[in-house]
Write a protein that binds this ligand. Sequence first.
Ligand code: S3P
Length: 425
Amino acid sequence: MNKTIKPISSINTTITVPGDKSISHRAVMFGSLAKGDTEITGFLTGDDCMSTISCFKKLGVDIDIDGEHIIVHGKGLHGLCAPSEMLDVGNSGTTIRLISGILAAQPFDTTLNGDASIQKRPMKRVINPLTEMGAHIESTNDGYAPLTIHGKKLHAIEYTMPVASAQVKSSILLASLFAEGETVINEPVASRDHTEIMLNYFGADITNTDGKIVSKPVKELYGKPVQVPGDISSAAFFMVAGLIVPDSHIIIKNVGINPTRTGIIDALKAMGGDINILNERSAGGEAVADIEVKTSKLKATTLSGEIIPRMIDEIPVFTIAALHAEGTTTVKDAQELKVKESNRIATMAQELKKMGVDITETDDGMIIPGEQALKGAITESHLDHRVAMSIAIAALTAEGDTTINNADCVAISFPDFYEILDSLA
Ligand code: S3P
């Protein structure tokens, strides 16, 4: 499907965004490993999380699906069954990396595969620590999916994370649930901690002292209700829209604001963005709030260091804010963008150049001169949901119409994105 987007003169609205992708995946995975039922509300029905459901169904877990209301009938820590066919993770890096930590410890073998993008994403980052724990994982071309995981008895390790990756950390933590001994992960730069929060809520024993994460084995996890907050990564598109479209005022209700995810709010506020956090509350150990955004005169900034993992998925749309700021914005230390659903440094630069913009790719980020006029163009999503949605937000302030080819990939994380976007006009 192609989508054409017209510029817009102002936005005045209150919206909600779909459930958090990271938390939705985890609720299904951990609920499957828990005793009893896990009732999930606000579940993200995007393609990625449906891939997780399909994998756990093939592992013998009964999962009832009624829109965003899901009930996982948990099997307990040792209750998964050998699948009769390969597990297909679709486009989902979170599914393949987290499930690998679970499958490494099962008394059976599994093969995992996914789409063309998944087959290009580095898997050594999970294969290496899991192998140190005693896992036996065969991969294609030395480190890429398809993966065949031969279940083994695992033992604890102490591991220092070479990259700040919640997917890698979570994979090791899941393996640690089955390993003999206390697993220690040293995380020099913090990544999202939804795994630690939800596993502990289900009865695990995981502590984090100044970046030293210790997981002590427990006998069982116990299913609990999970209310999934709106995804800040999805809210970010409309936060940027509210800042750059003239005369705008947007309230986004019920958004997760876990501090390991709020780099985008900090970065936009540092640029002078008028963003208010309203009605702060907590659900299942996760902070939640409503976010109010008003049109703002933005100034350039430099992003580097610890903020990068706290906003890694929001950097594509952040570049659209930077294009509207006074001065030149620099993004550094963001080389992880190259191994996402697409190489997001290259794909964002390539598509924004089609819109008449001057942007320089660097080895670990981008240089983005500000106050640039955007022109409507025919663009390509590269089958990357966040690239498609970022271009859509850029299109709101462009001169003329913008078309996005292969635009339906937004269904990965935000199935009703275009309905909300069209409702703004
Ligand atoms: C995720 C972690 C991040 C993020 C991805 C979801 C997760 O990946 O980019 O969209 O749910 O753990 P990395 O941890 O590999 O950076």
